[in-house]
Ligand binder design. Structure first.
Ligand SMILES: Nc1ncnc2c1ncn2[C@@H]1O[C@H](COP(=O)(O)OP(=O)(O)O)[C@@H](O)[C@H]1O
Ligand SMILES: [Mg+2]
Length: 245
């Protein structure tokens, strides 16, 4: 564990950083046009180190202390800060699950927590700022129909790899993927949940993670469902029905 004073755009904030990995002793973070672009894609806030190598993902409190003090206290203060439910911690744990399943993710440099009730940005995930990548949504939109099918095939292989390790993604959409220049998928915004233990509940849970909105149309949702179902039912692979837990 490491105590870090991090200036965000020159406003200093103190975080307890867990599992610090190759973190410098001094870390200043700033907002740039790139981080503003990331913020326009997702709902978190982003800051980057001066050398552009470290990306900080910050999740602000859900409730306002002034407008909803009880909700803020129970949810943002007690649950998120003291009971281990911080978004950064959950994302860190999920990142490790994905890596163990053999999927690629950015390197995680630690997750941090601010216990200061005055700091609205209590949850902090520090990770490698991956260069030369584009977000999955942008890539998918630019592909022609044939290339989209190839992309979806690769996505299905990786979703099945995760399912065989016993997990399903909680928010499976293209902007939660980074696509490298060689076409590799890097998984970001990783929030996974274990598949149900009862084997007859496992395929329905996997199917439920595929939605028309997130996969950009019923046509693509259908293709993904069919590919995954075929792989799931494959008799030659005993693991496909009995994911490791
Ligand atoms: N480690 C990273 N390296 C490069 N770009 C990233 C990284 N993490 C996130 N991004 C960019 O930021 C966008 C939003 O990230 P995400 O983690 O999905 O945020 P949110 O939780 O707000 O949805 C992504 O679509 C991607 O373009
Ligand atoms: Mg996201």
């Amino acid at each position: 564990m490491k105590l870090l004073d991090i200036p965000f755009n020159d406003r200093r904030r103190r975080y307890l950083v867990f599992h610090p990995n190759r973190l410098p002793d001094r870390l200043a973070l700033q907002s740039t046009t790139t981080t503003k672009m990331f913020e326009s894609i997702g709902s978190s806030r982003f800051f980057v180190s001066r050398n552009q190598r470290i990306l900080a993902k910050v999740v602000p409190d859900k409730f306002s202390k002034a407008c909803s003090p009880i909700k803020w206290f129970l949810h943002d203060y007690l649950e998120k800060r003291w009971l281990g439910q911080s978004d950064a911690r959950k994302e860190y744990l999920s990142l490790n699950i994905l890596r163990r399943a053999g999927l690629q993710t950015p390197d995680c440099l630690g997750w941090g927590l601010s216990l200061n009730p005055g700091n609205r940005n209590a949850s902090l995930l520090l990770m490698e700022h991956v260069q030369d990548t584009r977000s999955g949504g942008e890539v998918f939109d630019a592909l022609d129909e044939e290339a989209r099918l190839t992309f979806l095939e690769q996505l299905c292989r990786e979703v099945m790899q995760l399912a065989r390790a016993g997990y399903v993604h909680r928010d499976l959409h293209y902007n939660n993927l980074l696509i490298a220049s060689n076409g590799d998928i890097l998984w970001i915004d990783t929030h996974v949940r274990p598949l149900p233990t009862k084997s007859t509940d496992q395929w329905p849970a996997l199917k439920k993670s595929l939605t028309v909105n997130k996969l950009r149309g019923e046509k693509y949702r259908n293709i993904v469902e069919q590919r995954l179902q075929a792989a799931w039912l494959m008799p030659s692979d005993p693991q496909s029905k009995n994911p490791k837990r």
